[in-house]
Design a protein around this ligand. Structure first.
Ligand SMILES: Nc1ncnc2c1ncn2[C@@H]1O[C@H](COP(=O)(O)OP(=O)(O)OP(=O)(O)O)[C@@H](O)[C@H]1O
Ligand SMILES: N[C@@H](CCO)C(=O)O
Length: 351
């Protein structure tokens, strides 16, 4: 008897202005994996996983299960539990709505989908906290993966680990997710580094039902790695206090009904990452200053989504005007955009 299940993981927007590497929001675009496992028969003998892929990223994503990010994460989870290989005859049809490298958490979704896939294929029944540990061994900042896993508006921190656990959690990614060579022997990669217990901890904040997210998505990719390279290693006390003050207010202000635009617009300003990323995203300062609650009724606040280049506008109305005016500002810089009106959704599901 064949077995089928579906994994659905939402897009996410990290930071929301001042909450760099801390807060994330799950949004209504999905990475969906439809998985079927068929037991081998004499007519259909055991075969390695077959991946099919449609939607965002289809032209560039590897379909070899030993190279694809999601299936490599699944294999990492399986091997950490002593399971050498994928079950025979696994077919995975991926449908992806989350654009790659735009600041909408595509890699976080792929990693979370991989953890859920490994858990389901190995019948491991890992609790969510342990799943988060596995996701954090691959994507080292917690904001996207936590929101993608548990859903909603979420804040998270990484626990301070003892020296042994710190070492375990800081092994190079190439050791966690090795490129499985085609000629690898049976035992190759069988002893990957185990995640320490309880790396990430989170809390879900309230969210006002009236708030929607307008994602203004430039038609170019910006890798998170590149957008992190431009950030300084240290910050002034003034800039850190600027962000802490705003983040403390923002986490409660977005739950209030009705939400207060004056409070939220100021609370979504940032001095930790956006000022440095403007060199990679022409038009960023203009969009976030020229679109404000005075010029655009309904707007609450506006920020870079994750590492960019997407801009996230939180609003209770005036969505189309906000998006079209952002389009005009980006066009002045020679950048074309698409936009989507999104809602805040629940976390990942396996059904
Ligand atoms: N569904 C997927 N399957 C396989 N690989 C993926 C998938 N989604 C994303 N990736 C990989 O992740 C890369 C994008 O990750 P990156 O961290 O640079 O951006 P992002 O996650 O979209 O943005 P951000 O982290 O700022 O929200 C892609 O180029 C691709 O290599
Ligand atoms: N907090 C991360 C999110 C990337 O998805 C960053 O801004 O680099």
């Amino acid at each position: 008897m064949s077995r089928s299940f579906t994994i659905r993981v939402p897009a996410t927007s990290a930071n929301i202005g001042p909450g760099f590497d801390v807060v994330g929001l799950s949004l209504s675009l999905y990475l969906t994996l439809s998985v079927t496992i068929t037991p081998p028969t004499p007519a259909a003998p055991a075969a390695p996983p077959v991946l099919r892929y449609t939607g965002e990223g289809a032209a560039e994503v590897p379909l070899d299960a030993y190279k694809n990010l999601t299936t490599r994460v699944a294999l990492y989870v399986l091997r950490c539990h002593g399971i050498r290989a994928f079950p025979a005859n696994v077919a995975i049809a991926v449908a992806n709505e989350i654009p790659f490298g735009r600041g909408l958490g595509s890699s976080g979704a792929a990693v979370v989908a991989g953890v859920l896939l490994g858990d389901a294929l190995g019948a491991l029944r890992l609790p969510p906290a342990r799943m988060l540990d596995f996701a954090l061994m691959v994507e080292r900042h917690p904001d996207n993966v936590t929101a993608a896993l548990v859903g909603g508006f979420v804040g998270s921190y990484l626990r301070e680990l003892d020296p042994a656990a710190t070492e375990a959690a800081s092994v190079p990614l190439s050791e966690v997710l090795p490129e499985y060579p085609p000629d690898a022997g049976e035992d190759w990669g069988m002893h990957p580094p185990q995640p320490p217990l309880g790396i990430g901890h989170y809390v879900r904040f309230g969210w006002s039902e009236s708030i929607r997210a307008v994602a203004i998505i430039p038609r170019f990719e910006l890798s998170t790695a590149k957008a992190r390279e431009v950030l300084p290693l240290s910050y002034s006390r003034k800039d850190l206090v600027f962000n802490l003050q705003r983040l403390a207010v923002l986490t409660t202000a977005l739950a209030q009904s009705p939400p207060d635009p004056e409070l939220i617009y100021e609370a979504m300003k940032d001095r930790v990452h956006q000022p440095y990323r403007k060199t990679l995203i022409p038009g960023l300062p203009e969009v976030t200053s020229r679109i404000n609650p005075s010029t655009h009724p309904g707007l609450l606040g506006i920020c870079l989504s994750g590492a960019g280049p997407t801009i996230l506008a939180l609003a209770t109305g005036g969505f189309e005007t906000i998006a079209e005016d952002a389009r005009t500002i980006f066009r002045e810089q020679g950048i074309e955009v698409d936009w989507k009106l999104l809602t805040v959704v629940g976390g990942s599901e396996v059904v």
